[in-house]
Design a protein around this ligand. Structure first.
Ligand code: GLN
Length: 391
């Protein structure tokens, strides 16, 4: 996208006006016939019981506007899910709001809670919409770096990012793109700063069920002082493998839900009528559905990490999420963006450059992100192709 293409776009959004890197890389995969390990979406659909429930809902009269806060059956299912897995109690009638995916939930939360003059603290690298949403709200981002190899943060750097203008701490755990799962101890450091500075935590937990080895997801809302100051966000996309349905939710105290709903109703008003009862069926699946999902993805993570290491990448083994970050310096290269643009030609694989998920380009430059959420035979073929790469 050139500057000329964006001439009608307002200055506030110009820096974010090009195609998202995920869309650009998926288009590159389609154009070149390369294996797409760029955009994070599964290449098989989720449980048949859930898709059948959507068909039943379409045939069964769930086709008009749902209530503004979402169909009761899904709000109850979300509240039960939060209780079953994380011990969090939410009133389904006043503390749960259904949204158009986590994306709308995050956008609506930032629009509702921040404005010009306010600051939002978040981590780098970041998911691409975070800086764009902060800018859309007219607020300013304050970034704190997650340092390789384990992508930990320095508590002093985090403390230095908080100040009198900080309104929101935007947290993503498990974290895209690093695969980091924040520990309870790390969350307590963040929580203490939120309490001290009277800051609201907005948390993107869409990979909540995708954690590996001994790592477990801990919602920051469970930490001391955080229940009343956290907007907990998640969605059905990754948990149920229906990323195109765009059903997400917000769980928070009644007044925070009211604030986010005020913004949400101006964005989509309501969304996804027949998918809402279907997602309720999915959230009610037995415990083994959720544990099998993680175990299955862990095996694919191992396949991808082993293949990348054997091919010459330096790999940070992720604790969760769909993603693996690899360093291209083993090939004598430092420019991950160029590396990703040439990769389809060189060996028929698509990845995402981490540089575009960073303000500090030098920091992100040698890093590229591969998605592990594809069928094992696809991953096997991809690592075979990557093994042919030469410096
Ligand atoms: N969350 C997915 C990813 O990180 C898809 C993002 C997108 O296409 N907007 O790849």
């Amino acid at each position: 996208m050139t500057g000329e293409d964006l001439r009608h776009l307002c200055d506030r959004l110009k820096p974010f006006g090009g195609a998202s890197v995920f869309a650009e890389m998926s288009a590159l995969a389609v154009r070149t016939g390369a294996i797409n390990l760029g955009q994070g979406f599964p290449d098989v659909d989720g449980p048949t019981a859930v898709s059948e429930a959507a068909v039943d809902a379409i045939r069964g009269g769930f086709n008009q506007y749902p209530p503004g806060i979402g169909h009761p059956v899904l709000r109850h299912a979300v509240a039960e899910h939060q209780q079953r897995f994380w011990g969090l109690e939410f009133d389904p009638d006043s503390e749960v709001l259904i949204t158009a995916g986590a994306t709308e939930a995050i956008t609506a939360s930032l629009l509702a809670l921040t404005g010009p003059g306010d600051e939002v603290v978040t981590f780098e690298p970041y998911f691409d919409i975070y800086p764009a949403d902060i800018a859309l709200a007219g607020a300013t981002r304050r970034l704190v770096q997650l340092h390789p190899p384990d992508y930990s943060f320095d508590p002093d750097e985090l403390a230095a990012a908080f100040g009198s203008r900080t309104r929101v701490l935007l947290l993503n755990s498990p974290h895209n793109p690093t695969g980091k799962v924040f520990t309870a101890e790390e969350l307590d450091v963040i929580a203490r700063l939120c309490v001290q500075h009277d800051v609201i935590a907005v948390t993107d937990e869409v990979y909540e069920h995708l954690t590996f080895d001994h790592n477990v997801h801990v919602p920051i809302a469970t930490r001391p002082g955080m229940a009343e100051r956290t907007v907990t966000i998640s969605s059905a996309g990754k948990t149920l493998s229906f990323t195109g349905w765009k059903i997400g939710w917000v769980c928070a105290s009644p007044l925070l839900v009211k604030a986010v709903q005020a913004a949400k109703q101006l964005l989509t008003f309501v969304n996804g009528g027949p998918f809402q009862p279907a997602v309720a069926v999915g959230l009610g699946l037995g415990d083994e559905y959720f544990s099998d999902l993680a175990a299955d993805l862990q095996a694919r993570r191992d396949l991808l990490c082993d293949g990348l290491s054997a091919a010459g990448f330096k790999v940070a083994v992720p604790q969760g999420t769909y993603f693996v970050i690899a360093n291209v310096s083993g090939f004598g290269e430092t420019d991950g963006l160029e590396f990703c643009r040439s990769l389809p030609q060189r060996c028929g694989v698509v990845a995402v450059p981490v540089e575009v998920l960073c303000d500090d380009k030098a920091f992100g430059s040698p890093l590229v992100r591969f998605a592990a959420c594809k069928r094992p035979e696809v991953l096997e073929q991809a690592v075979e192709r990557l093994a042919s790469l030469t410096p």
